[in-house]
Design a protein around this ligand. Structure first.
Ligand SMILES: [Zn+2]
Length: 315
């Protein structure tokens, strides 16, 4: 396979080309770093916007494609600001995958100046609208939190990879089917764990409103301090409203997500009888040695933590 190099011809604006050249010079200075995302092993590069998509894409790609994530584990992804080296990586990629549904507020501008194919992996998912706050009525972007919706992501990846690399289309289809069976298994585990909780223990209270799809699949009632990370977070009114809800419903445990501060939720805990149930993972995987290095582990981890919190550890 021919070695790829930055392709200024694929950049539509001069300013962007200058940024890429500057980033290339920076990278050249540290070119001896053999490991890391910059190395080129000859495989076509698929660049995803965040770690959850990267993990799914690796399961579909198998050995044929090199899948990378623009954002790192733990990063805030809604309001991320791409760096010049992100732009350079995008220019060098053969394909870019984004979630869509308004998740990556920064992405549209990011790809507008690039001539690199991109696929929206949530295409075909039935969106759940955001109920309130500044984003009311817009689609909730966190569709991957439903393993059933994640199957649509996988189908879109199979199609995009097969178009990129038709020679291995049969492998992408087979990988997608094998991973689909895992998604079904984790869906069954999730619903078995959460669908039978007693009526009084079915409220899932989190920082961001990231659990609409998971709550739908499991019949939980969703309540959050703020709707989407990209907006102003945790106003006094939002915190007071959450405190009222927790008190009125005798909610035993509340949670917060790994990519945001849990301070506002700690305030809720101090003002109510609820315990802090722990850190849920949604917008990012953990590092490889953390609790959720893969998407399937993310769903299993969250399901267990929610069940333990809402039942006092009896689930
Ligand atoms: Zn989010």
């Amino acid at each position: 396979m021919p070695r790829r190099s930055p392709r200024p011809a694929r950049i539509r604006s001069l300013a962007l080309a200058a940024a890429v050249l500057a980033a290339s010079a920076l990278t050249a200075c540290s070119a001896n770093a053999a490991e890391g995302p910059g190395r080129d092993d000859g495989r076509p590069v698929v660049l995803t916007t965040f770690t959850v998509l990267a993990d799914m894409a690796r399961n579909v790609a198998g050995e044929h494609l090199r899948v990378e994530s623009i954002t790192k584990p733990g990063a805030e992804i809604h309001g991320y600001e791409p760096t010049p080296s992100d732009v350079r990586r995008a220019v060098e990629a053969e394909l870019i995958l984004d979630n869509g549904l308004g998740l990556e507020a920064w992405f549209e501008q990011f790809v507008a100046d690039l001539d690199v194919p991109h696929a929206v992996v949530s295409e075909g998912v039935e969106p759940i609208p955001i109920a309130d706050d500044a984003h009311a009525g817009m689609p909730n972007p966190h569709a991957w939190m439903s393993p059933h919706s994640a199957q649509t992501y996988v189908d879109n990846m199979v199609a995009a990879f097969s178009e990129l690399d038709p020679e291995h289309a049969a492998d992408y289809t087979a990988n997608g089917e094998a991973y689909g069976a895992e998604l079904q298994r984790v869906h069954d585990e999730l619903t078995a764990k959460l669908s039978d909780l007693p009526e009084q223990q079915r409220a899932l209270v989190t920082c961001e409103g990231a659990f609409s799809y998971l709550a739908r699949d499991t019949g939980l009632t969703e309540r959050y301090i703020w709707a989407v990370n990209a907006e102003q977070q945790a106003t006094p009114q939002q915190i007071a409203g959450t405190i009222d809800f927790v008190r009125q419903n005798d909610v035993p445990a509340v949670f917060c997500e790994s990519t945001v501060s849990d301070k506002p939720m700690r305030q809720v805990v101090e003002s109510t009888d609820a315990e802090f149930g722990g850190v849920l993972y949604v917008d990012s995987l953990s590092e490889a040695d953390g609790p959720v290095p893969s998407y399937l582990e993310l769903i299993r981890h969250d399901a267990q933590l929610i069940a333990d919190g809402l039942t006092g550890g009896d689930a």
